[in-house]
Design a protein around this ligand. Structure first.
Ligand SMILES: Cc1cc2nc3c(=O)[nH]c(=O)nc-3n(C[C@H](O)[C@H](O)[C@H](O)COP(=O)(O)OP(=O)(O)OC[C@H]3O[C@@H](n4cnc5c(N)ncnc54)[C@H](O)[C@@H]3O)c2cc1C
Length: 550
């Protein structure tokens, strides 16, 4: 950024404007495969600063067309959503006050870590049910703007269901509040002679004109973070128009979020988990059929490769889990580890977790499940309440274990989050693993939210190996072809970012992608916010920005 412009930027806000090499390098990365160096990192102090930033870019955009603003909370995005070339607006430093909890709703700022938010909600015996597996690392801004989901999304659904209100800064620097509006309130918005009024008028027309098309485009799988969720905004039967449904998951491409209201749920007193060891995938569909009607809170899985990696990289795993975690997971997985020694490792481990206030009722569900799957002759074990923790360790920590530098190999999230009909898992997963098996440079594990048909395949690679770099886009194309042919979603939780925006047309087709472009133009005609995400991203740009070092 030229000196004059930088000086003007510094003058326009009270917060910090930083350009040192170390900061720029840190903010060149998130948890993705990519590297994009920003020109400036800005830590806004308050709402007025965020407004000034937007006005600063808006006023200078004609002379400096590449100026843009990319919101960032904790920077754990796996698809390159929180990195960009121009100005990064980092909310972690000042927008991190404790949440205000009123009844069962918490108001929180984007930079507040989820782990700190949860400490406060638990004091009220309340929980945000859609927390992601990165609960120890991520912040509230990323949860909203990625439409995050996690292990409890099977029962509760994703973030989109829990956001009551969002306060945002629009592309002309105006601040507005998004929430569900009845028809009368919507018509009042139509009368506003402001950017907000313009957005309501134009977007209502776009959605109304294309209502049938949009409803048909709505993914039928249980989870989706791909594209703009235009189909969820307007409910003509209830006469409700709700822009939070569009904003959640839009990755900060429509504006910047200042705060949001999160609906919380009561913490359940008891848990009962059934662990099922599958020797192969043959009966997976049958097990899924028996489990889902029993209404588990979560239904998770991981494969033999995950277990094998945990053993292969035992010293690293030990370091990460600590001695207590190690003993706990060792106890839980002794049968599986013995199975490895004798060559009888289960192909897939399933965790079915029931939650409620009546332990006897949960034990009843476990008994019913055991009875139903008895004819399949599968090995099982049961864990009640605190005993469960040891089983969760491998499921929750395996990705972090892989991510934290295992002997020169790094996690490569690029087919990391697809969703299919759970009934098709046994058919689809082998097709995908067969693609990966053709590339011995990719060590991979399969884990995921089996009940939602949402899988995380995150290979371990040497990113500097030229074979790896050329294979990444080829594998991605083949895998997403399969997912689309099964009417799945290319991302259930992690969102589009740089890595999946180029595949949105494959998933939704040309017409819907054209509506996404119109949506972006309605909110952000000057392309101020997080360019190349959701619209305008190309595979070439993404691949040109693959990391070269770690
Ligand atoms: C180990 C690990 C496990 C993970 N597991 C899950 C999982 O189970 N489920 C899941 O959904 N994700 C998961 N993720 C991905 C990621 O952690 C989550 O999506 C998380 O919610 C992102 O939060 P963040 O604060 O780090 O967001 P960031 O990376 O800071 O931002 C995410 C997106 O939101 C936008 N954004 C952030 N703040 C604002 C703002 N104030 N205004 C406008 N836009 C903004 C950014 O531009 C970016 O596009 C995982 C990541 C890791 C590393």
């Amino acid at each position: 950024m030229d000196e004059k412009l930088l000086e003007q930027l510094k003058q326009s806000i009270k917060g910090d404007v930083v350009t040192d090499e170390q900061t720029l390098t840190t903010f060149s990365h998130d948890a993705s495969l990519f590297e994009v160096k920003p020109q400036v990192v800005v830590y806004p102090k308050d709402e007025a600063d965020v407004v000034s930033l937007v006005k600063f870019v808006d006023e200078n955009k004609k002379e400096y067309p590449h100026l843009s603003l990319t919101g960032r909370s904790a920077g754990t995005d796996m698809g390159g959503g929180s990195i960009n070339e121009s100005i990064i607006v980092a909310f972690g430093k000042y927008f991190n006050h404790p949440p205000v909890i009123t009844g069962d709703v918490a108001t929180a700022e984007p930079g507040l870590f989820y782990r700190d938010f949860e400490v406060e909600t638990l004091k009220h015996n309340l929980l945000f049910a859609s927390y992601p597996a990165s609960r120890g690392l991520c912040a509230m801004g990323g949860i909203v703007n990625n439409n995050s989901g996690g292990e409890k999304s099977m029962e509760y659904g994703k973030t989109e269901r829990f956001i009551k209100k969002i306060q945002v800064v629009l592309s002309d620097g105006s601040v507005c509040e998004l929430k569900a509006l009845n028809k009368e309130a919507l018509h009042k918005k139509f009368e506003l002679k402001t950017r907000e009024g313009d957005i309501y008028r134009k977007l209502y027309k776009l959605i109304d004109d294309n209502y049938e098309l949009l409803q048909k485009a709505k993914p039928t799988v249980s989870k989706n973070s791909a594209g703009y969720f235009l189909w969820n905004v307007w409910d003509p039967e209830k006469n409700i128009f709700d822009l939070t449904k569009l904003w959640v998951g839009a990755q900060g491409t429509l504006g910047l979020m200042l705060k949001a209201d999160f609906q919380l749920v009561p913490v359940k007193k008891h848990h009962a988990m059934q662990i099922i060891y599958m020797p192969d995938m043959t009966h997976l569909g049958d097990v899924v059929n028996e489990v889902i009607p029993l209404g588990p809170e979560s239904f998770e899985s991981y494969d033999d490769n995950t277990l094998m990696l945990a053993l292969r990289y035992f010293p690293e795993f030990a370091k990460q889990l600590g001695i207590f975690g190690l003993i706990q997971s060792g106890l839980a997985f002794m049968p599986a580890f013995l199975g490895m020694l004798t060559g009888h490792l289960p192909k897939l481990i399933l965790q079915v977790d029931f939650a409620g206030d009546d332990l006897e009722e949960l034990k009843g569900k476990i008994a019913t499940l055991k009875e139903k799957i008895k004819p399949l002759h599968l090995k099982t074990s049961t864990a009640l309440d605190d005993q469960e923790k040891r089983y969760w360790l491998v499921r929750r920590e395996s990705f972090n274990l892989l991510r934290n530098k295992i002997r020169n190999k790094h996690t490569a999230p690029f087919i990391d989050d697809f969703v299919i009909d759970p009934q098709k898992i046994a058919e689809v997963i082998p097709q995908i693993t067969n693609i990966l098996k053709k590339h011995p440079e990719f060590i991979f594990t399969v884990a995921g939210h089996v009940g939602d048909g949402n899988f995380h395949i995150i290979p371990l690679v040497d990113i500097n190996n030229p074979k790896v770099r050329t294979a990444i886009p080829e594998i991605a194309k083949q895998v997403y072809d399969i997912i689309v042919s099964y009417h799945g979603s290319i991302t259930g939780e992690h969102n589009d970012g740089l890595v999946r925006t180029p595949f949105l047309e494959k998933m939704y087709g040309e017409k819907i992608v054209a509506l996404f472009k119109e949506t972006k133009e309605i909110f952000d005609p000057e392309n101020i916010f997080n360019p190349r995400k959701k619209v305008g991203g190309t595979l070439d740009y993404a691949m040109d920005h693959l990391r070269t070092n770690w």
